[in-house]
Design a protein around this ligand. Structure first.
Ligand code: UN1
Length: 496
């Protein structure tokens, strides 16, 4: 068991109230992974204050120097990858290769953003007037509140921490209270890499206690939130009124379309990985599979047979394919959706129950579950379940499949399996989603490209790398005009 504190101004400190929270292994609820402070408003005030004080110095630290610290953080994360990956698995439940993948995504982001220290470029442009020059540059916003979910305990924090601090911001980071120990280890490693005190502050606590307080704090300039659509849209509304920058990554109901010319073996494998990888607990999870009517029966048979072979268990065991869901309320929510699906008239063709036999009795395990004969109007076809439940829907043709894919409020990820280049081009153009995969499932975005969705999946700027990615979230453009003519020159008015 590991006991962590908040990090405020470079010092590990308990909550002012002295209260703590327990982090529990979802594969075995008897195992306490660690404890962290249950912070209140005063702790948030102190963290924001520390970040504000550190900002003036950090923004003037040359970006290449900030990059060197991030590079060191990447190397330390790499060195500690195995330990961190195991911790992610124990705390979040995902199988160990995925726990390690979670950490790898954080490492990738650290290296990538370290490089941005020498690439944070703007533009120089000619002036219309003589003896005058013009340039634009990226500048930090100030202090960011970073609020992250439990499903990627190190990757998503890394998507936010590294681009915000390379840009010269300071941060107050509030990780999910379900996976705080992984987040605390991540921060500890980043601090060991040499990030000065106050640049990164960590405040643990439940979202309902301090999430809104932190986001709307007068000392906060911008908010980057990943979590549910309900919380994200509420925060965005309040922050909008307060003139604070905010970007939200939220839910998904991501479809895989399988056309009649698809390579079925690939499509089945992709739907298994997309639907049941991370126990369906990704905002990018393939919770809908929309199948062309000509191959519907064959796909369903092969998909069900493959899902039947998945072994549920503790993610640390090499034999496990699918781990538990995060906790009891989430388990009950998923089981509730399975009941809704049955009542709506969908056919439950696999799974549907909690599993408690043998070693599984102390964890939150739900069988990989498949519904067939799902129609687009059903709730299980429209609402995000965030568990190992896949709805299989029949489509008449490509255009029907795309209409079904788009007929939800979300638009994060999407996919099509087809061998026909023309069909893939139509899907690429017409799928309403931030991410489109061709012959690959809906999960597995890489960090060097922007990440984010449309409709109710995303608000504001995108995450991760590339043009239009996180640097746009964490910087503002500043434009400088310098006149060295020694006289007053008037743009748009002076003739020569
Ligand atoms: C999420 O589920 O919140 O593309 C993020 C993916 C991962 C990130 C998922 N790289 O599935």
């Amino acid at each position: 068991m590991e006991n962590f504190k908040n990090l405020i101004n470079g010092k590990w400190t308990g909550a002012v109230s002295g209260n703590t929270l327990k982090s529990v292994n979802p594969a075995n609820s008897d195992e306490i992974v660690g404890t962290v402070p249950a912070s209140g408003r005063e702790d948030v005030d102190n963290a924001v204050d520390a970040a504000r004080r550190a900002f003036q110095k950090w923004r003037l630290t040359p970006a290449p120097k900030r990059g060197e610290i991030l590079f060191k953080a990447a190397e330390l994360l790499h060195k500690n990858k195995e330990e961190l990956g195991r911790l992610v698995t124990r705390e979040m439940g995902k199988v160990l290769p995925e726990g390690l993948g979670d950490v790898q995504e954080a490492i990738d982001m650290a290296y990538y953003m370290a490089g941005e220290g020498r690439r944070l470029s703007g533009e120089t442009v000619f002036s219309e007037l003589p003896d005058k020059d013009c340039k634009s540059m990226r500048v930090p916003l100030g202090v960011f509140a970073l609020i992250t979910p439990w499903n990627f305990p190190t990757a998503i924090p890394a998507w936010k921490i590294f681009p915000s601090i390379i840009s010269g911001n300071t941060v107050v980071f509030k990780p999910s209270s379900y996976t705080p120990v992984s987040a605390a280890r991540l921060v500890e490693i980043i601090v060991d890499a040499g990030v000065p005190e106050g640049v990164i502050n960590l405040v643990h606590g439940a979202g309902e206690d301090i999430g809104e307080y932190l986001s709307t704090h007068p000392g906060i300039d911008g908010v980057s939130f990943t979590g549910s659509t309900a919380v994200g849209t509420k925060l965005a509304r309040i922050c909008g009124e307060l003139d604070k920058e905010i970007s939200c990554e939220m839910g998904g109901k991501n479809p895989i379309i399988v056309m009649d010319d698809a390579r079925l073996d690939l499509a089945v494998e992709g739907a298994i990985w997309g639907g049941f990888g991370t126990t369906g607990q990704r905002c990018t999870a393939a919770s809908r599979v929309i199948v062309h009517k000509k191959i519907y029966d064959e796909f369903l048979e092969r998909f069900t047979a493959a899902a039947k072979r998945l072994r549920l268990g503790d993610g640390l065991k090499p034999s496990t394919d699918v781990g538990p869901v995060i906790n009891e309320p989430q388990m009950n929510k998923v089981l509730g959706y399975i009941e809704i699906g049955k009542k709506e008239g969908a056919r439950l063709i696999l799974g549907g129950k909690r599993k408690t036999d043998g070693d599984l009795q102390k964890g939150y395990f739900i069988e990989p579950t498949i519904f067939s004969d799902v129609t687009p109007g059903m709730r299980i076809a429209k609402e995000e379940i965030f568990g190992p439940v896949v709805a299989v829907i029949r489509a008449e043709d490509l255009s029907d499949a795309i209409d079904i894919a788009n007929a939800v409020e979300y638009g994060l990820s999407s996919s099509i399996y087809t061998q026909d280049v023309n069909k893939s081009a139509v899907a690429e153009r017409d799928l309403e989603a931030g991410l489109v995969y061709i012959n690959a499932p809906t999960i597995g975005a890489e960090i060097q490209l922007p990440f984010g969705g449309t409709k109710k999946s995303g608000l504001g700027r995108k995450e991760a790398g590339g043009r239009g990615g996180a640097l746009d979230m964490f910087t503002k453009w500043k434009v400088i005009y310098r006149d060295f003519s020694g006289r007053l020159q008037k743009a748009q008015i002076d003739k020569d």
